[in-house]
Design a protein around this ligand. Structure first.
Ligand code: SF4
Length: 441
C-alpha cells in the first residue's frame, strides 16, 4: 500500500522543482504525500550552495530526525549537500536513515523497503509505526498556485566563486517534451503560474526543435493555459533582444538577472563578463522592451581583491539601476572553486559592512520602484482567497515572484485561490503591495 511522505525543501526555487519531481516519482511508485506530523518518511531536500545554506540544511536534518524518530517515522536527506558531502554527513549524523544525492534511485528503493515494513512488519531494526487509518492521510498543504518547472540542470560556466558546476555537473537541458509534460501535469493539478528554472535559463534550446521563444509560445498555448509564465536565472549575456521580445509576448514583465558585481575588475576575477556600463545598457534594453519590468538581481560583497573603489563603483551602479529587488551575499569561499586562495582576501568584517551598506542602498532604491506603482492597475493572482468582500485576500502581482519576493494583499472582492483579480495599487510597504479590487471600496 506504500508509505506516506513529506518533503521539506531548503534552498532556491530550483530545489523546489527537484522536490516536485521527487514527489511525482514517489507518488508514481504508490506512496502518498502527507503532513509533516504524520508522514512515515520525512525527506529533507538540502542545499549546499553557500555556508549559510549548508548550516540551514544540517539544522533542518537534525530537527526533522528528532521529530521523525520521536514518533517512529524515518528520515531521508537528499539533494545538493548530500551529493557533495555524503561521507562527512554520514559520519556526523548517524540519525539519518537514508542518504541520497541528486539521483533519487536510492531514495525510491529505501522508501519501497519502508513500505514493506508498513505493510508486513520488519524483521529487525527500528520499524515504522503501522498506520491504523483506513484511508491515507490527506495532504494538508493545498496544491501550489505557482509551479516550478526545471528546464535544465548543471552549468557549463565556471564562475570562480561557484560550486554549482562541481555539485551538479555540466549544463544539461530537459527535453521540450519533458517540460511540456510537466507543465500539463501542473496545470491539470490547478497551477495558474509556471515558473521556469535552471542555472542558465536563457540558454535553453533543443536541437531541431527551437529555443526559449518557441517553448514559451507552446506553454502559453497549452489547453489549460497558464495565467502567468515566468523565467528565473537569466545570465546577463543571455538576455538578448530576441529573448526580451519573447518575454514581452508570452511572459510576465519580470527579469531575474544575477549581476553579482558592477566593477569590471571584480567581475573578471569572478570569471564573469560586464561592468557597470554594460549592466546599465542591459537594463535600458530590458526597459525599452518591457517598460516597468521588475528586475531582480543578486550581488556578492567581499570577493577577493574587492577594493573600496570597486565597492563604490557597485554602490554608484545601484543608485542608477532602478532594481526592484536584489539579494546580497557575503563572499563565502567554497572548496574546489577557482577563487580558493586568490590573493587580497577581504576581511570578513569589511565584507559584512559592505553587505549591510549595499542592502540599505538596494532597499532605498527599490522603495522608489514600488512606490511608483501606487495608483496603477494590476492583476492579483490570489494565493489565499476570502469569501467576504470586506475580507483580506493574499497573493502576488506579476512583478512579484513566488517565495522570494514581496506579497500583495487584496481587499474589495470575494475571491478564490487561483483567481486573477483586476485591481488598483492603493499603497506599498517596502516590497509588499496593498491593492483594491477594481470596483471595490
Ligand atoms: S552561471 Fe556561474 S554562478 Fe551561475 S551556476 Fe553557473 S557557474 Fe554558478
Amino acid at each position: 500500500m506504500g508509505c506516506t511522505f513529506f518533503i521539506q525543501t531548503l534552498g532556491c526555487p530550483k530545489n523546489e522543482a527537484d522536490s516536485g519531481m521527487l514527489e511525482a516519482r514517489l507518488s508514481a511508485a504508490g506512496h502518498r504525500p502527507a503532513a509533516a506530523g504524520s508522514a512515515d518518511v520525512i525527506v529533507v531536500n538540502t542545499c549546499g550552495f553557500i555556508d549559510a545554506a549548508k548550516e540551514e540544511s544540517i539544522a533542518a536534518i537534525l530537527d526533522a530526525a528528532e521529530a521523525a524518530h520521536a514518533r517512529g517515522a524515518r528520515i531521508a536527506a537528499v539533494g545538493c549537500l548530500v551529493e557533495r558531502y555524503r561521507e562527512e554527513l554520514e559520519r556526523e549524523i548517524p540519525e539519518v536513515d537514508v542518504w541520497c544525492g541528486l539521483d533519487p534511485t536510492a531514495l525510491l528503493a529505501a522508501v519501497h523497503g519502508f513500505a514493506g515494513e508498513v505493510d508486513g512488519g520488519s524483521a529487525g531494526g527500528p520499524s515504522l509505526r503501522r498506520s491504523t487509518r483506513a484511508a491515507p492521510p490527506r495532504l494538508r498543504r493545498p496544491r501550489p498556485v505557482s509551479a516550478y518547472i526545471k528546464v535544465s540542470d548543471g552549468c557549463d560556466r565556471r564562475c570562480s566563486f561557484c560550486a554549482i558546476p562541481l555539485i551538479k555537473g555540466g549544463y544539461d537541458a530537459v527535453s521540450a517534451d519533458g517540460i511540456l509534460r510537466a507543465a500539463r501535469a501542473h496545470l491539470d493539478a490547478g497551477a495558474r503560474e509556471l515558473v521556469l528554472v535552471g542555472q542558465d535559463t536563457s540558454r535553453w534550446t533543443e536541437a531541431g526543435w527551437g529555443g526559449m521563444r518557441r517553448l514559451l509560445a507552446e506553454l502559453a498555448s497549452l489547453e489549460s493555459a497558464p495565467a502567468w509564465l515566468r523565467l528565473l536565472y537569466l545570465q546577463p549575456d543571455g538576455v538578448t533582444d530576441e529573448l526580451l521580445e519573447a518575454l514581452a509576448t508570452y511572459a510576465v514583465p519580470y527579469v531575474d538577472v544575477p549581476l553579482q558585481h558592477a566593477s569590471g575588475a571584480v567581475l573578471r576575477r569572478m570569471r564573469r563578463s560586464g561592468d557597470a556600463a554594460a549592466h546599465l545598457e542591459l537594463l535600458e534594453r530590458v526597459r525599452s522592451v518591457l517598460p516597468g519590468a521588475a528586475v531582480r538581481s543578486t550581488f556578492i560583497t567581499g570577493f577577493p581583491g574587492e577594493t573600496d573603489a570597486d565597492f563604490e563603483e557597485l554602490m554608484g551602479f545601484i543608485e542608477q539601476a532602478g532594481l526592484a529587488v536584489a539579494g546580497v551575499f557575503v563572499y563565502d569561499e567554497q572548496e574546489g572553486t577557482a577563487a580558493v586562495g586568490m590573493p587580497d582576501a577581504v576581511p570578513r568584517q569589511v565584507a559584512l559592512e559592505r553587505a549591510a551598506l549595499l542592502g540599505e542602498a538596494l532597499d532605498r532604491e527599490a522603495d522608489r520602484y514600488w512606490k511608483a506603482l501606487r495608483g496603477t492597475e494590476v492583476e492579483v493572482l490570489v494565493e489565499r482567497g476570502t469569501a467576504d468582500a470586506r475580507g483580506l485576500a493574499v497573493g502576488r502581482i506579476a512583478l512579484q515572484a513566488p517565495d522570494v519576493d514581496g506579497r500583495t494583499t487584496l481587499v474589495g472582492a470575494p475571491c478564490r485561490r487561483g483567481d486573477l483579480v483586476p485591481a488598483v495599487v492603493r499603497d506599498t510597504l517596502g516590497y509588499d503591495v496593498e491593492a483594491v479590487a477594481s470596483g471595490g471600496p
